[in-house]
Ligand binder design. Structure first.
Ligand code: ADP
Ligand code: MG
Length: 694
């Protein structure tokens, strides 16, 4: 249970003064639904009102504060016109100008004959100085005590910074004094304030440098968040280590048969990965290993060979993929290998129903089925393995941590887990997301892969691209055509893809197929199958193909509105080609003009195919969250830690967490108690429960 001292922070923002239901909704959108979200909502800038000036000398367009005597009010005669207030100082007159303002509010705020300190930007209009919509108005008394620097918060449409600031100020006022969970010596060395002081000071910047990630208050909060993350991961890891595993040592007879059926030999990297995996399987502890390999590095076959070891030992293997399309593809590509090895393999997704499903489940439970490939349908309650030995999870960033654990605890005996990801996560990030796992990297690509010629072409030259596609079709090549991602709106995605399909089908009649997430399973299969077999030459798809569709004969990929995709995503998409012996190309169609970041992304892709280099660049260009496709994935979202700026803190947090847990594994000491509060503060309740249950 969350400790009482944190209750005020986990109240809904609607409980704050002046925050009604409609503001609460907007605040939830801008920052989050609870008070604590407002505390984590740090200023993105400052307004500096310390510069005093006069009506005559105010520099145009710069923020200044004027001491003004209010002279008179001129309400507009018609609504469209502004409300004007005339004011003066020793050097002259100025007009304060308001559009669509409430008269009574202005009359109250600017009483005639009184002095006000008015801050904003002065401009000249018809040779007279004016200030439109002053940002701040203070009585002389209030001015005495007010801070000259105001924080600016990122907000959302319809929510004024002022309303948001007031809500944040109330949230900050609710921040309790919490027991110190950090090591006092370390705090002193870093020069960091207490949690409470850090919160207050982050929201009360006194200079621009205070909103820099390097500011000590910000570092302190970021470090708290990182320590909470590392503790949670280490607690989960410790729990897994405590769970009994079992030693799986295959004799290699099935593997040898499967290897014999491959039309290629394993790369050194694949071999090295298998050796690491085999060591884990043979050890009595549970394996929890991440197999990280760039697109096309050949992870699937490694996973399959690992599952074969389980089968050699008389147990079963399971492979869970994030989409139906992928699950079927894995099933299809592994079936011949399974047959060669003489093991049974079945596919289970949401589509298998009725008798077919029952039969798979029965065979699975009775142990007649060796390997099961599927979607998250594998973790439904009625899927029972006879004896699951190795569980493989493909493209894990689409699954949450809980799903990962759900599959592994399917069997009575805990299964060894292998997680595969094509997201080339930089080391710093890997530590925060996969800190509970051992990591194996496939660094080498299968031999004979040719570089992919990558070009960026403006959409205005679409015709040329279509001509090029025509030439490719004549040369008997296969073309992926990826349609843009429209603002998280699948309906619009689908419409865009349907339109492009219709247009291309006019040019290349009968040779084009469509693939998107709204199609029925059988329709998807048919589209992919036609494309794979060559009946179709062009596959128009939404990003469903991103996660691993493998058609080695495809040599061209066109990405429409490439500027809307993230760098990692573009890299994944490009990886759909360049898998065979023929030279491949990637055409990034963009809408001109390109913004600075979009241009940097496309340039990066043109210059390198190295997934890790691309990931580092991506991390630099964007936040860590987007890199992982956080929205779909349920990955921890760092609110305070900025992995670009706080990179070095991650390693420190990891060491700290390990040291803490080695001394006080149950967090029972006084500092341990404080650390529990920290875990709850960052909503790592699961970790605390794990401690409890021991
Ligand atoms: P990913 O790592 O992206 O999941 P896949 O496992 O889908 O990659 O493999 C990509 C393609 O490379 C597949 O067609 C696969 O058969 C092939 N492949 C895998 N390993 C090798 C290898 N050692 N030599 C040649 N081709 C390979
Ligand atoms: Mg794959």
């Amino acid at each position: 249970m969350r400790p009482q001292i944190l209750f005020p922070l986990f109240a809904a923002v609607g409980e704050l003064k002046g925050v009604g239901p409609s503001f609460a909704k907007l605040i939830a959108k801008a920052a989050g639904p609870r008070v604590v979200d407002l505390i984590w909502h740090l200023p993105s800038g400052v307004l500096d009102w310390s510069k005093r000036s006069t009506t005559r000398d105010a520099p145009s367009g710069e923020p200044v504060t004027l001491k003004l005597l209010i002279v008179d009010h001129s309400p507009p005669r018609i609504k469209r016109l502004p409300y004007k207030i005339r004011a003066s100082d020793d050097t002259g007159y100025i007009d304060l100008v308001f559009f669509k303002a409430r008269n009574d509010y202005l009359q109250r705020t600017f009483p005639v004959g009184q002095t006000r300190f008015v801050s904003g930007r002065v401009e000249t209009f018809q040779d007279r100085p004016q200030m439109a919509h002053p940002e701040r108005v203070l009585t002389p008394d209030a001015f005495e005590t007010a801070s000259q620097i105001e924080p600016v918060y990122p907000t959302t449409e319809g929510l004024s910074v002022r309303v948001l600031s007031r809500a944040v100020a109330q949230a900050v006022a609710r921040a309790p004094t919490l027991p110190e969970w950090q090591d006092p010596a370390w705090l002193k060395k870093q020069g960091w304030p207490s949690w409470h002081d850090a919160v207050v000071s982050c929201h009360a910047p006194s200079a621009l440098s205070d909103i820099d990630p390097a500011a000590s208050a910000r570092q302190r909060l970021a470090y708290d968040e990182l320590v909470a993350n590392q503790l949670a991961l280490n607690i989960a890891r410790a729990k897994l280590r405590r769970l009994k595993g079992r030693a799986l040592r295959g004799d290699g007879h099935l593997r040898a048969k499967a290897l014999g059926a491959l039309h290629f030999s394993l790369t050194n990297s694949q071999q090295a990965a298998l050796e690491e995996i085999d060591r884990d399987l043979a050890a009595p502890q549970r394996m929890l290993r991440l197999l990280q390999g760039d697109v096309g590095a050949g992870k699937t076959v490694v996973a399959f060979l690992a599952m074969l070891t389980a089968v050699e030992c008389g147990c079963q293997g399971a492979l869970m993929a994030p989409t139906e399309v992928l699950a079927r593809q894995h099933g299809q590509s592994l079936m011949p290998l399974a047959e060669a090895a003489g093991v049974s393999l079945a596919v289970l997704t949401g589509r298998e129903r009725g008798r077919e499903r029952d039969s798979v489940l029965t065979r699975l439970q009775e142990g007649q089925l060796d390997i099961l490939v599927g979607t998250h349908a594998l973790i439904s309650e009625d899927v029972l393995f006879h004896d699951l030995g190795v569980a493989v999870i493909d493209e894990q960033h689409r699954f949450g941590v809980h799903q990962r654990l759900a599959l592994s605890s399917k069997a009575g005996d805990p299964a060894d887990i292998l997680v595969m990801t094509a997201t080339p996560i930089p080391r710093t990030l890997a530590l925060t997301v996969y800190g509970d796992m051992d990591i194996t990297r496939l660094t080498e690509k299968p031999a004979g892969r040719k570089p992919i010629a990558t070009r960026a072409i403006p959409l205005a030259r679409l015709d040329e691209v279509i001509e090029a596609v025509g030439r490719a079709i004549k040369a008997d090549e296969r073309v992926f055509w990826v349609c843009p991602l429209v603002e998280e709106n699948e309906d619009l995605d689908v419409t865009a893809a349907e339109q492009r399909f219709a247009e291309l089908d006019k040019d290349f009649h009968g040779r084009v197929r469509l693939l998107h997430g709204r199609m029925k399973g059988a329709e998807k299969d048919a589209a992919i199958e036609d494309f794979r077999s060559g009946r179709a030459a062009v596959l128009v798809a939404t990003t469903v193909i991103e996660v691993g569709v493998d058609v080695p004969d495809a040599t061209v990929i066109v990405v429409e509105h490439a500027e809307r995709f993230g760098l990692a995503q573009l890299h994944q998409l490009r990886g759909r080609v360049g898998r065979g012996a023929k030279p491949s190309s990637c055409i990034l169609l963009y809408q001109a003009p390109l913004g600075e970041t979009a241009r940097a992304r496309l340039d990066c892709l043109r210059h390198t195919e190295d997934g890790f280099a691309i990931a580092e660049e991506d991390l630099r260009l964007r936040g860590a969250g987007e890199l992982l496709g956080e929205r779909q994935s349920g990955m921890p979202l760092f609110r305070l830690a900025n992995l670009g700026a706080h990179g070095e803190l991650i390693a420190a947090a990891r060491d700290d967490a390990r040291l803490i847990l080695s001394r006080d594994p149950d967090l029972k000491s006084p500092r341990g108690e404080a650390l529990r509060v920290l875990l709850y503060l960052f909503e790592q309740d699961e970790a605390v429960r794990t401690l409890r249950s021991g």
